[in-house]
Ligand binder design. Structure first.
Ligand SMILES: Cc1ncc(COP(=O)(O)O)c(C=O)c1O
Length: 482
């Protein structure tokens, strides 16, 4: 066990060391990987070290490092060693995190970690939460709690009339959750956003009033606390006021941006988040821990429990003492792994000061990137940097405007827009194929956009310059052929 464990640790450390000199990883086609890996399990066991060698050579090689300093795609990760160790120890001790009588110490650590989150968000002492796999499950859980809190379970008529409000920038997990919960498709309103991709409070209020008049039951508003597309934050204080007035549940999906409240800039951007009825957080995004770690916070933790409280006879022993806190009463999972450990270890070992400093550095890098892009005629910013996300496109030489006549997003003919799309698609494709950096794209107001998400504490300004250089090179090559 020691030899094998040491080999596993060594593999991880070699992976983390010297990231910058390596590509972000490799990928391969289905046929190649099927030929390499598909087949029945061996009847007789194989030599463990040989199995690990094969794992490294044939499996892990074809996987991107989302915590590589030049990985800016989708949402990168800042996963660090203490968190990795936390996952190993939670598995090694095979901690069952559902019932206090089975793991009192681990349950207390989860309560403590959740209380840190509560304080960071500025939620009241009544608030509590639960660790889940990620933002998608946290969002689903939030909608269950909202519905159970606002409607009688037996009132099928009211349930069929509930309406959910979100913006056209809301993460797809909300639509998915609405599907799981059987919300009628036409009762999910994805409302338009303003020029900064923020939900329009006036449009929301009008929609709520219209629905009420039609006899529908406005149930929940989902606000963005850092949207995936642009990092935008909806006007949380106004939304809190509106929701209270209309007796509608306010859920803030802060899976991406929530932990930015630890920084001065993030606190200002997320002002009002503590007034929400529930908040989704994803420690596996900005808190330097590996997948999976999501969290749902609920303003009144009793509502979280009420939503999931079912008491079968075979679990009567976990309730013998009233003070026991059983996390299995607060969510969908009965058997739960001990996700809080990796967060606790990470914060114990690094301390909040270093975590906050790493977040601040990422915010600085994003702002500096934006300034660099804005100063260059080769780029056009499509969404200003918000909480580390920046969206822009490359402009071929013949389509560049003189800086004096440059507006933030120049209006262009349909033919120019088509060409810009093709050129930028080609840039993203060629960078993804090269794997030196990894970035992804999105579409904003119909415009194809290159998107960088900068949150990894390992990323340096030199990495960004390297990547911007790659984009320019790929852009000028693409412009020559498109
Ligand atoms: C704003 C937002 N909400 C929800 C999610 C879903 O989280 P997860 O992938 O952890 O399920 C994401 C993930 O990117 C996100 O950015």
């Amino acid at each position: 066990m020691r030899r094998l464990g040491a080999r596993g640790v060594d593999m991880v450390i070699r992976h983390l060391e010297g990231f910058r000199r390596r590509t972000t990883g490799e990928t391969a086609g289905r046929a190649k990987l099927e030929a390499l890996l598909h087949g029945p399990p061996p009847v007789r066991g194989r030599a463990p070290l040989a199995v690990l060698r094969r794992l490294e050579r044939d499996v892990l090689k074809y996987s991107l490092s989302t915590n590589h300093p030049r990985f800016y795609g989708f949402i990168p990760s800042g996963a660090s060693f203490p968190g990795m160790l936390g996952d190993f120890l939670a598995s090694g001790f095979n901690v069952y995190s559902g019932a206090w009588i089975e793991a009192a110490g681990p349950a207390q650590i989860e309560l403590t970690v959740i209380d840190w989150f509560r304080r960071w968000l500025g939620m009241p002492a009544t608030a509590g939460g639960t660790m889940v796999s990620g933002g998608s499950v946290a969002n689903l859980t939030a909608l269950v709690v909202a519905r159970e809190a606002m409607l009688e379970r037996s009132d099928r008529r009211a349930r069929a009339r509930t309406v959910l409000y979100a913006s056209d920038q809301t993460h797809s997990s909300i639509e998915r959750a609405a599907r799981v919960l059987d919300f009628p498709d036409n009762h999910v309103r994805l409302l338009p956003t303003d020029d900064q991709f923020r939900l329009s409070v006036a449009a929301l209020e009008a929609s709520i009033r219209r629905d009420r008049k039609r006899g529908l039951r406005p149930l929940c508003v989902v606000a963005n606390g850092g949207s995936t597309n642009t990092g935008s934050v909806d006007p949380l204080p106004e939304l809190a006021r509106l929701c209270r007035h209309h007796k509608v549940w306010l859920h803030v999906d802060a899976a991406y941006g929530g932990f930015a409240v630890l920084t001065r800039r993030g606190r200002s951007a997320l002002r009002g988040i503590g007034r929400a009825d529930s908040v989704t957080l994803d420690p596996h995004k900005w808190l330097c821990v590996p997948y999976e770690a999501g969290c749902l916070m609920v303003r009144d933790r009793r509502l979280l429990r009420r939503a999931f409280d079912v008491r079968p006879e075979y679990l009567q022993d976990i309730r013998l003492r009233k003070e026991n806190f059983n996390f299995s009463d607060y969510g969908i999972q009965l058997t739960r792994s001990w996700r809080a450990l990796k967060i606790w270890l990470t914060l114990q070992i690094f301390g909040t000061r270093r975590i906050v400093a790493s977040m601040d550095r990422a915010l600085d890098l994003a702002a500096r990137t934006a300034r660099r892009l804005a100063a260059s005629p080769a780029f056009e910013i499509l969404a200003p940097p918000s909480l580390g996300v920046i969206c822009f496109r490359y402009i071929p030489e013949d389509l560049r405007r003189k800086s004096s006549s440059r507006t933030p997003v120049a209006s262009r003919s349909a033919a120019e827009e088509r060409r810009l799309r093709l050129v930028n698609e080609q840039i993203v494709r060629s960078i993804q194929e090269r794997h030196w950096s990894f970035l992804t794209s999105t579409v904003l107001n119909g415009r194809y956009s290159v998107r960088l998400c900068i949150l990894n504490h390992r990323t340096l300004w030199s990495d960004i310059l390297d990547t911007l250089g790659e984009i320019e090179t790929a852009g000028s090559a693409a412009s020559a052929i498109v």
